[in-house]
Design a protein around this ligand. Structure first.
Ligand code: SF4
Length: 389
């Protein structure tokens, strides 16, 4: 089979899959050097009961094969054995993609982990997501660390130099939209397009019980208006991200990339203040498992604890098959559970042929009319200047 046919076959296989375990959300540490007012995990940070390396090894040994490891915490890079842990999951469980969020404050630890993963698991793709929640003042104020914005940008710039040309390492920016940064999110996106070599910039409406609940005071209409503007930035990133692909495959990749992002925005808007049923069933607890820093496990990170891995000898299969987890999966369905968390929207959408074959392509078609409308003229001009590059 030609290389191009292999690529298309892989893309189709990736789109429609049987419903089976595919994602582990692992809080590798509770340690954190930030004090974010948006943090839904704030009451568990910097505790002394992180899983040991042996316990994590046992989790890997007993987990079924799966594709995607979503790291969380705490600040994942503060886990000294981060590189070893990721490499272990890649080798034992066949993990193909790793999502590594970071505040970018300690570049040496980040690069040590990425280098170890690249050396130990060269076939595994790594998305490093740098958190930026506003321009300098807003970002530092939301995350409680002076000079954080400048340090994170410097780490991102260094990472771009270090991993330039390595297609297995994608460097992204992740921003949480709140009442406080709402008015400058578009400017932040433009700033990153103009000044940083990020592969993608992703936006998530603030979720969960944040220490500062006032940050959630936005309307669905405001969020929708901002999303329409941000789609222009996504299209620019998509142009750059897939520029290396042959034309037909590039178009297919853009349809799914932009269609997915539009679908995520739709669900963020629809579920921001009240629940609205997703176009696919949530597969949390079946295809995905969340393991807290101390081994407590859940179907989804904002749902209650379903059990403690310690009670199952850190046997992941036993926890997934446990009556408590079965009951939790039924509860997710019975509650018609909903959320705005893109990771779970993404995970669940992979198992719905209808969403993959119709909803996402239709969302791609609709997003073509999302424009920078109503943005200040200065920002529209900055965006147009980017088009000339
Ligand atoms: S959001 Fe992340 S970086 Fe911020 S305090 Fe929570 S765990 Fe730390």
């Amino acid at each position: 089979m030609s290389h191009r046919l292999v690529q298309i076959a892989e893309a189709v296989r990736d789109r429609v899959r049987p419903r089976q375990f595919q994602s582990l959300f692992l809080f590798v540490t509770s340690r954190c050097n930030s004090r974010c007012r948006t943090c839904f995990y704030f009451d568990k940070l910097n505790s002394r009961d992180d899983l040991t390396l042996d316990q994590i090894r046992r989790i890997a040994e007993t987990a079924p094969p799966f594709r995607k490891l979503w790291l969380s915490g705490g600040e994942p890079t503060l886990r000294p054995e981060l590189g070893e842990i990721v490499t272990m999951f890649a080798r034992r469980n066949g993990v193909r993609n790793v999502n590594l969020p970071t505040n970018g404050l300690v570049s040496a630890k980040l690069f040590a982990a990425v280098d170890e993963i690249r050396a130990g698991a060269p076939e595994t793709a790594l998305d490093v997501n740098f958190s930026l929640d506003g321009l300098a003042n807003a970002h530092d104020a939301i995350r409680g660390v002076p000079n954080n914005f400048a340090v994170t940008l410097s780490t991102l710039a260094e990472a771009s130099r270090r991993y330039r040309g390595d297609r297995k390492v994608r460097l992204n920016v992740a921003s949480v939209i709140t009442r406080e940064n709402y008015s400058e999110i578009l400017r932040l996106g433009l700033h990153m397009l103009e000044n940083a070599e990020a592969d993608g910039h992703y936006f998530e409406a603030v979720r969960g019980q944040a220490p500062d609940p006032s940050l959630k005071q936005m309307s669905e209409t405001d969020l929708a208006a901002l999303h329409r503007q941000l789609m222009s930035l996504h299209r620019k990133h998509a142009d750059r991200l897939f520029a290396h692909l042959p034309a037909g495959i590039r178009h297919l990749a853009q349809v799914y990339y932009l269609g997915n992002l539009r679908l995520h925005f739709d669900l963020h808007e629809q579920n921001f203040t009240a629940p609205r049923t997703w176009p696919m069933r949530c597969t949390a607890g079946e295809t995905a498992l969340v393991v807290d820093h101390n081994g407590k496990f859940r179907a989804y990170e904002l749902r209650g604890i379903a059990g403690d891995l310690a009670d199952y000898g850190y046997d992941t299969r036993a926890a997934l098959a446990s009556p408590a987890m079965r009951q939790e999966v039924s509860a997710v369905q019975a509650d018609q559970c909903w959320c705005t968390h893109s990771c779970f929207i993404q995970d669940s959408s992979k198992f719905s042929p209808r969403v993959q074959l119709f909803t996402i392509p239709y969302a791609w078609w609709r997003q073509r009319w999302d424009r920078l409308e109503n943005a200040p003229l200065s920002e529209i001009e900055r965006f147009r200047a980017l088009e000339l590059h």
